[in-house]
Ligand binder design. Structure first.
Ligand code: AMP
Ligand code: MG
Length: 275
């Protein structure tokens, strides 16, 4: 899955990255592999939590309908909710806007042993903010460097950071909007404003490309995930996360000294207990 990773300081042209890509895998094989990864993730999360040394931050970005919510459900559906958190970044409140843009983000970063998934993130401050000129160019253009240094701080303090851009075609987006009209249980997800936002498609692609080129670092790499096929998107994201966690070579903490000496004590307690 390493071929989806963007090397630092590379120019990225998203129109050259095939959003329908599914590699050599068939859908059936891919779904079976995902099942295996989901199981492995249960054990790896438990180990991360038990070891309590490192923390994992996952950043999900992507245009409307790219599948951020679905990825979270399909990849993390089995893990222990204790020790795993999802944080959704919506339009900043007045209170948020009274601070610097990283202020609301920093308070949600993972603690040791924890996995935190950002559904949207501080990257909105160089995406929607750039596309809609919510702050001047002179302000947002400095943010790529701030973000790299912010993420370096987190990484220096033990965080593993993985960032995924869910890449879909413009046609796929239209099909997915339509699907929201077709299914009564998905109607609630349809927002006419999203069609307005779609008019800025090219500006978003340019903003994504600048983000990828400037903020994929050795300590916090970006992966561009072909996401027209939902099964492949889930598989690719799960694979990167599982392989990264395996690579940490985590160990369960050592037991208290003389753990066996407590066996006799506990057996005596049970033997004595009349209830
Ligand atoms: P959604 O997650 O699709 O329900 O909507 C969240 C909305 O909040 C999206 O339209 C984002 O672009 C917007 N949003 C998130 N972060 C920011 C930000 N820092 N500034 C402006 N809008 C934001
Ligand atoms: Mg939306």
């Amino acid at each position: 899955m390493d071929h989806h990773r963007i090397p630092p300081n590379t120019h990225v042209d998203l129109s050259k990255i095939e959003s329908r890509y599914t590699g050599e895998t068939s859908k059936k094989e891919g779904q079976a592999q995902l099942k295996k990864f989901r199981k492995e993730l249960i054990d790896l999360q438990e180990l991360l939590f038990a070891e309590n040394k490192r923390q994992l931050l996952i950043v999900l970005q992507g245009i409307d309908t790219s599948g951020k919510d679905g990825t979270i459900r399909h990849v993390f559906g089995d893990v222990n909710p204790q020790g795993t958190r999802v944080v959704n970044f919506k339009v900043p409140t007045r209170h948020d806007l009274a601070h610097d843009y990283l202020w609301r983000v920093h308070q949600h970063t993972p603690a040791k042993g924890e996995i935190v998934i950002f559904n949207r993130s501080h990257y909105e401050d160089v995406l929607v903010v750039r596309v809609h000129n919510l702050v001047p160019n002179t302000v947002w253009s400095k943010r790529y460097l701030h973000i790299n240094e912010f993420e370096r701080l987190l990484a220096d303090e033990g965080a593993i950071i993985l960032k995924f851009l869910l890449h879909i075609s413009k046609r796929t987006q239209a099909e997915r909007f339509l699907a929201r009209l077709d299914r009564p249980d998905k109607n609630w997800k349809f927002n006419p404003d999203d069609l307005e936002e779609r008019k800025h498609w090219q500006d978003y692609q340019a903003a994504f490309e600048a983000m990828l080129s400037q903020t994929s670092t050795p300590w916090a790499p970006w992966y561009v995930i072909p996401s027209d096929r939902k099964w492949y998107r889930n598989l690719a994201v799960a694979s990167v996360i599982v392989e990264t966690l395996k690579g940490l070579d985590m160990q369960f903490p050592t037991a208290v000294p003389d753990i066996e000496s407590y066996r006799g004590k506990l057996e005596a307690i049970l033997a004595d207990d009349p209830t």
